[in-house]
Design a protein around this ligand. Sequence first.
Ligand SMILES: [Zn+2]
Length: 254
Amino acid sequence: MDIIAIEKQLVDWESEKIYGHDDPSMQYTKDGFIIQIYKPFSCRTGYTIAAWGPDGLVVKLPVPYSFEQLVANTRVCGVCGVIGEMVRLEFARRVCPACRKALRGYEMSLDIYLYIEGVVHVADSIPVRVDGGISELSRAQWDELYPGIEPVVIPGHETSCVYSDNITHNLNYMAREAGIYMELWRPEEIGIELAGQLVKPLMAGYFLLNTEPDRFRKFNPENGWGTYEVLVEFVKGYLAACAAYPEATVRVSR
Ligand SMILES: [Zn+2]
């Protein structure tokens, strides 16, 4: 979806900055509808866009964008696309009654962040989507993969966020089996404030996950959203970051 092209069409919407400071992310409102566009800043490396209807539920953005189609989409299921009366799932998802029944219990994702005092410089990067996650390429790697195509480059910047990642809530049972559910999902409830405090428990969990894969694969979610391999990679990356920045402050968003 070309988010920048959509934003250009919101000229008759009321607009304001979401955070009111340097972060360029914007909120647009019109007739009870809200569109938020998150732009690259600090730990955020790409653009994301989301829309909500006057009923507070997420609305699928039409491509190409038109306000008439946005209004029509309040009667479209965000999961299966069926048209009709929609209901709320979890916080604000707009789904048909059948999808709500099927999806109850499968919620969104856990975000984790490590913040340091002061700032580090992040070099120019080219974000690409790989297997449902975001990966970064160098210019040379991009040119090899996509010769002749100009990449979207996120300019280098200063940030105090040295690491961030996210993982589906579907994997919390597997994490519990590995003994690291509280460390990953609810660190503040067990007194964890600094990344260094996570190194030992995550190392133990990582070891356990790797030595008994069959025990953990049994917890692969039936709907296929998240797998054993995803949890292992998540823990591996988080562990390396915690070891590299033991003084960083841990923050999570569930
Ligand atoms: Zn549906």
